[in-house]
Ligand binder design. Structure first.
Ligand code: ATP
Length: 493
């Protein structure tokens, strides 16, 4: 799967645009267009419904992006949220020190009178045998020694730009949950284990953003902090370890349930040297992105590190009272942390298919129906007939009260179907001459429309009065197309 195909489809059909494009764009920020915003909302809505609303042990939260600056001292971000970077003394470009060797490099080869070559990453020049020592981009400047670079965006709170008013755009949503731990506990009278979830923007001044929306400087996270009593055991194992395994499986199952192929997902266990100092164990779910296996989300056992740090820095007790054991405990926390944008990219990539239908290429996004940006497209077979168009508009207005529904009459029907396939619209509803009849010929309409299913392209003829019920079975009830289609006559494609 080629990323360029998705970037181009994304722009052409209104999923994703480059931010500030008319000014030359920014390489690190992207905007969701009319379809992208629906897709992103659907991912967040389904995640929130499945992991928060449907579970008795979860509640939600929406903390502010700007927080007290001490939060970031307590969390360790001020001191440790850094990447090592090197600068080119000539072109001033900046690279992550641990990534320069993984880049193709520009080389002016003396053995060929200074000709310019781009040598593949990690390889030597085939003419002179030299290896990279200079800047990989310009091929001329020497690189500085690595320096630690903090990834947090700094800003000022209030009218005076002075050190005392420095604050940060949050680099993760998690800390908003930790600092509200006691508020939630008091307000909801929860018992362990329970979790708090949050969806929101996060900001990181990444040194090397890239791969489309995979790594950006402004992105959205869906995070859960699941608090567990470390003194409990389940099946002879510490409760936090057991909960960690359960969350890893729940997250993996969630991604496959909504469309990612199980072969495109893999677990990555952090080895000792990769593990954050506070983490007992971390497992990433990797997705097979076009640039290779890369992190889709992480699930960490952060122990009691964060609550203890915030208790220390704030002077407030952040514990839970265990009535049975009559003791105060600082819960351990399991943190499933996913990026909305990486999830969206993975769902787009996995849904994309090029198929051959009647000797023509058909591009289709086979989204899970819950994620599809548009559920229904109402299409008139003949634009010239006023009654057909009027009936189409009326249908769209009615269906749009329950589902995202569009109307399109800007091309012939075959073309309209292809356009809807390309953006993953679940069902097309077509109004034709038979629906409205022909008064000139004395023919009454049958008040039926055709429903076409995206993946099989099968069509059935359904009375308009039954239409809402049929679509409700398919879109809200999760009924399989085959089971619903069986009840109605097939229509010709
Ligand atoms: P990476 O190693 O890719 O930089 P990370 O391990 O720093 O990611 P976490 O801090 O664990 O990431 O953040 C949790 C999730 O947030 C990631 O799995 C990813 O989905 C998302 N995320 C993190 N950084 C970015 C970013 N710069 N752009 C888009 N999504 C991001």
């Amino acid at each position: 799967m080629n990323m360029d195909v998705i970037v181009s489809l994304g722009k052409r059909r209104g999923f994703i645009f480059q931010s500030s494009e008319i000014y030359g764009g920014t390489g690190s920020c992207w905007d969701y267009g009319p379809l992208g915003v629906e897709l992103s909302h659907n991912i967040k809505r389904v995640w929130w419904r499945d992991f928060v609303q449907r579970r008795a042990d979860m509640v939600g939260l929406d903390a502010s992006i700007l927080m007290h600056p001490t939060v970031w001292k307590a969390s360790g971000h001020v001191d440790n949220f850094t990447d090592p970077m090197v600068d080119c003394r000539e072109c001033k470009r900046r690279f992550r020190a641990d990534q320069v060797d993984a880049m193709p490099w520009v080389h002016y080869c003396e053995a060929t009178r200074g000709n310019k070559f781009v040598v593949p990453a990690g390889e030597a020049c085939t003419h002179c045998g030299a290896r990279r020592t200079l800047c990989p981009e310009c091929g001329k400047g020497t690189l500085t020694a690595p320096r630690q670079f903090n990834l947090m965006f700094k800003t000022f709170m209030g009218p005076v730009e002075e050190d005392a008013s420095v604050t940060y755009l949050r680099p993760e949503t998690a800390q908003g949950i930790f600092v509200n731990f006691d508020n939630v506990l008091q307000a909801t009278r929860r018992k362990l284990p329970f979790g708090i979830a949050q969806i929101g923007k996060a900001f990181r001044n990444e040194i090397t953003p890239g791969n489309f929306i995979f790594r950006t400087r402004e992105f959205e996270q869906m995070e859960i902090e699941y608090f567990v009593n470390p003194h409990d055991t389940i099946d002879g194992r510490p409760a936090d370890e057991q909960a960690h395994d359960v969350w890893i499986e729940a997250c993996r199952a969630w991604f496959t349930r909504y469309g990612l192929s199980p072969e495109h997902l893999r677990l990555h266990e952090h080895a000792g040297d990769e593990l954050a100092h506070y983490a007992k164990r971390t497992v990433d779910i990797l997705y097979h992105f076009p640039m290779g296996w890369s992190e889709l989300m992480g699930i960490a056992n952060r122990t009691d590190f964060d609550l203890k740090q915030h208790a220390k820095f704030s002077g407030k007790s952040l514990t839970w009272f265990d009535e049975e054991r009559k003791e105060h405990v600082v819960p351990y926390v399991i943190e499933p942390s996913a990026g909305v944008d990486r999830a969206l990219l993975a769902f787009l990539l996995d849904a994309y298919r090029e198929e051959e239908v009647r000797n023509e290429k058909r591009v289709v996004l086979r989204f899970h129906h819950e994620l599809a940006p548009v559920k229904i497209a109402v299409l008139p077979l003949l634009k010239k007939r006023g009654e057909i168009v009027a009936r189409g508009h009326a249908l769209r207005d009615r269906l749009a009260r329950r589902w995202v529904t569009v109307y399109d009459d800007t091309a012939a029907i075959g073309r309209l179907y292809r356009r809807q396939d390309e953006v993953g619209t679940s069902y097309c509803v077509t109004v034709d001459v038979k629906t409205v009849g022909d008064p000139e010929k004395g023919e009454a309409g049958d008040d039926k429309v055709t429903i076409r299913e995206r993946d099989s392209m099968e069509q059935i003829r359904v009375p308009i009065e039954a239409l809402d019920g049929v679509l409700a079975r398919l879109l809200d009830g999760g009924a399989a197309w085959g089971d619903v289609a069986r009840d109605f006559p097939r229509a010709e494609g």
